[in-house]
Write a protein that binds this ligand. Structure first.
Ligand SMILES: NC(=O)c1ccc[n+]([C@@H]2O[C@H](COP(=O)([O-])OP(=O)(O)OC[C@H]3O[C@@H](n4cnc5c(N)ncnc54)[C@H](OP(=O)(O)O)[C@@H]3O)[C@@H](O)[C@H]2O)c1
Length: 230
């Protein structure tokens, strides 16, 4: 099994780590404060997980997940991630992160900006529209599970949900397609990164991030997206 580097260990990074370890993957996880602050999490995750500094996690990874918002000044381990697939799970939310004119004006997507920060890596947008927290409002005990676990189904199940993937590198989209399948989801390829605005917050597919959507619904929702400029 590949070693997956997870950079960012908040709600999303730690929940993905739990789901990936449960699916049999090895993870090395990092945050901005250092591995000692992740002792509780890796203790819970068991022998398939360890914590590391960001650069060490990137170096140890066969591929990596960036689980924190984009910022122009991000200091990323570009050298350690060179040649590797880097899964960017960030959603552009100006109210949270500040606004970026090239994104607001429709010149670029936030994931193309991430690709520019990591020119030697293969950036792929994924996991952005599945929740890593409990359902709101709760309808029953199962809703206490994060959607990435609650909505997972075996391949071929009638109610299997689909998640979107976008990249400028077909091999990166294929890697994510296999990872989605491992975790219990179908994939819809919405490449390249310049098209990834179709799955941004506020688009038709976005409102299904709570209870998921089938492959057919996701394809239709992506097609019906309209780019908001300004
Ligand atoms: N939460 C969800 O349900 C969800 C769903 C889909 C997508 N996302 C996306 O996932 C990303 C993370 O969301 P979240 O809810 O997990 O946020 P969060 O709880 O605030 O966690 C952010 C994590 O990233 C780490 N971090 C921040 N800057 C870093 C850097 N430069 N280097 C290394 N680690 C860094 C933080 O470490 P420290 O605590 O040590 O600073 C923290 O562990 C966001 O971009 C969000 O849009 C979230």
């Amino acid at each position: 099994m590949a070693v997956i580097g997870i950079i960012g260990a908040g709600q999303a990074g730690s929940t993905l780590a739990r789901a990936l370890v449960a699916a049999g993957h090895d993870v090395v996880i990092a945050n901005s404060r250092g591995p000692e602050t992740l002792a509780g999490l890796v203790g819970e995750l068991g022998s398939r997980a360890r914590a590391a500094h960001v650069a060490d996690a990137a170096a140890a990874a066969d591929f990596a997940i960036i689980a924190f918002p984009y910022a122009p000044g991000d200091r990323l381990p570009a050298e350690e991630l060179a040649g590797k697939v880097v899964i960017d799970i960030n959603n552009y939310m100006a109210w949270r992160d500040g606004s970026y004119p090239e994104v607001d004006l429709g010149h670029k997507t936030v994931h193309e900006l991430r690709q520019e920060q990591l020119p030697a890596s293969k950036v792929v947008k994924a996991f952005t529209h599945v929740q890593f927290h409990e359902r709101h409002p709760l309808r029953g005990q199962e809703d206490e599970l994060p959607a990435v676990v609650r909505l997972a189904r075996p391949a071929g199940a009638a109610d299997r949900k689909a998640l979107v993937v976008s990249s400028d590198f077909p091999e990166a989209a294929e890697l994510v397609t296999r990872l989605y399948d491992d975790l219990g989801f179908d994939a819809v390829d919405n490449s390249p990164l310049s098209e990834s605005w179709r799955s941004a917050p506020g688009t038709p597919m976005w409102s299904h991030s709570v209870d998921g959507q089938s492959r057919e619904e996701l394809v239709r929702n992506l097609r019906n997206a309209h780019r908001v400029i300004g």
